[in-house]
Unconditional design. Structure first.
Length: 145
């Protein structure tokens, strides 16, 4: 398995262990993780701390030229909010663990010139399917339903 996707999965598990939603993300620059995070909407009582947003927050304030050389990995297809942040900061590549349980605006993101790779990693799918089955209300809240 891709070591950066594995790092995102590790973040997702960290979030689940803390009572949150098991979605993780890492920001990679030139083969090094420079930011990592997981969905913390439950833990922080936040409306915006999805995994990708938390990852970007934890990477700290960076120049546009840095983002433009990064790849962001996420265990789940980024939602419209997270996709917007990816577009805003000019991150050129997104690697998605799975989009079976949820699909964000991938077509739109691609149309903006971003390379989006979908891996359909069984571990990512299993994490989300199990979580959604056990926590349908919390999941629906997370995706705005």
């Amino acid at each position: 398995m891709d070591p950066f996707l594995q790092a995102a999965i590790d973040e997702a598990r960290k979030g689940l262990a803390a009572g949150g939603i098991p979605i993780g993300s890492v920001l990679v620059l030139e083969g090094q993780i420079i930011g990592r995070g997981h969905n913390q909407r439950v833990q922080k009582g936040s409306v915006i701390h999805h995994a990708e947003m938390n990852c970007l927050e934890n990477a700290g304030r960076l120049k546009a030229s840095v983002y433009q050389r990064c790849t962001i990995y996420s265990t789940l297809s980024p939602c419209p909010m997270c996709s917007g942040a990816i577009l805003l900061y000019g991150i050129p590549r997104v690697v998605v663990g799975e989009n079976k349980t949820f699909q964000g605006p991938e077509t739109y993101v691609r149309a903006q010139g971003v390379e989006v790779s979908i891996l359909q990693e069984p571990e990512c799918i299993r994490l989300m399917e199990n979580f959604i089955q056990k926590n349908p209300q919390l999941w629906n809240e997370d995706i705005g339903e």
